[in-house]
Design a protein around this ligand. Structure first.
Ligand code: IPD
Ligand code: CA
Ligand code: CA
Length: 258
């Protein structure tokens, strides 16, 4: 099912990547602006979102759209949720770790999701109920048996404010148990890497819908679980996400409760 939507999702993510690559390490400093403190936007973000939106509008003009840079439009219950460049700060600094995230959601949740990493040519794709693939091959979540010895990813955006204290408690609860914890700067790519079995788990507070709309479906369809920091279902609204396989995800939830 959803063959045409999946094709559109991939075509849009690739179009975003084609728009971004020429800017990488070639951005004019004057074209980077600070939306709020430490939250940057560049000509690259805008060019990518325009390319993605054009591709989606061509194929599914009736669907609604929610993009980080252009906001929400449309009344249809099916909505494309787009982060045209996840990892903007990395991109602006020339750190080669960023991606494009495109997902379609309906009233039941995510329908298709695509994360595209143009520098590595890694395409992560999932369709609801049909599994997830990494460059066309089926992918599945890691088999790590629990938090002890797990390889984790996290993020801590500057916008966390007072919640940073909550984050540091979580970090303390995982630090002595995990094998390693990475903060690479692209939540969408972190989730894709959890789905691919590279990371055993991921946690972050304060994500936006476009950061996670595609990545959560990748994780779920690869056999993983998503919850908020209390272990509940409110993650999409709150932006507080814990992802991982059955054992790691549950042990992260338990560790954060203590
Ligand atoms: C950010 C990245 C980062 C995460 C932030 C996001 P952006 O997205 O995903 O890893 O920690 O919460 O805002 O601003 O680069 O699209
Ligand atoms: Ca983002
Ligand atoms: Ca972004």
């Amino acid at each position: 099912m959803f063959e045409a939507q999946r094709e559109a999702c991939v075509a849009a993510a690739l179009a975003g990547g084609r728009a971004l690559v020429p800017y990488f390490r070639k951005l004019e400093p004057g074209t980077v602006t600070e939306k709020s403190k430490n939250d940057y936007v560049s000509d690259a973000d805008r060019a990518s979102e325009a390319a993605i939106k054009a591709e989606l509008d061509l194929r599914f003009p009736q669907y609604s759209f929610l993009g980080e840079e252009t906001g929400a439009s449309g009344e249809n219950s099916r909505v494309w949720i787009v982060d045209p460049l996840d990892g903007t700060l990395n991109f602006v600094q020339g750190f080669p770790h960023w991606c494009v995230s495109v997902a379609l959601w309906d009233a039941q949740g995510p329908v298709v999701g695509c994360v595209w990493d143009p520098l590595r040519e890694d395409l992560f794709l999932a369709t609801r109920g049909e599994g997830a693939t990494w460059n066309g091959q089926p992918m599945s979540i890691s088999q790590q048996s629990g938090l002890d010895g797990a390889f984790l990813a996290t993020g801590f955006a500057f916008q966390l404010g007072e919640r940073f204290k909550l984050f540091t408690k979580a970090l303390e609860a995982t630090f002595y148990r995990a094998k390693g914890i990475r903060r690479a700067g692209s939540a969408a790519l972190d989730l894709a890497h959890v789905a691919a079995g590279i990371y055993d788990g991921f946690f972050e507070l304060g994500l936006q819908k476009w950061d996670m709309a595609a990545g959560v479906l990748l994780v779920q369809e690869a056999g993983g679980l998503i919850s908020d920091w209390e272990g509940g279902e409110g993650w999409f609204e709150s932006g507080s996400v814990i992802a991982g396989n059955l054992w790691v995800q549950q042990e992260l939830v338990d560790a954060f409760k203590e």
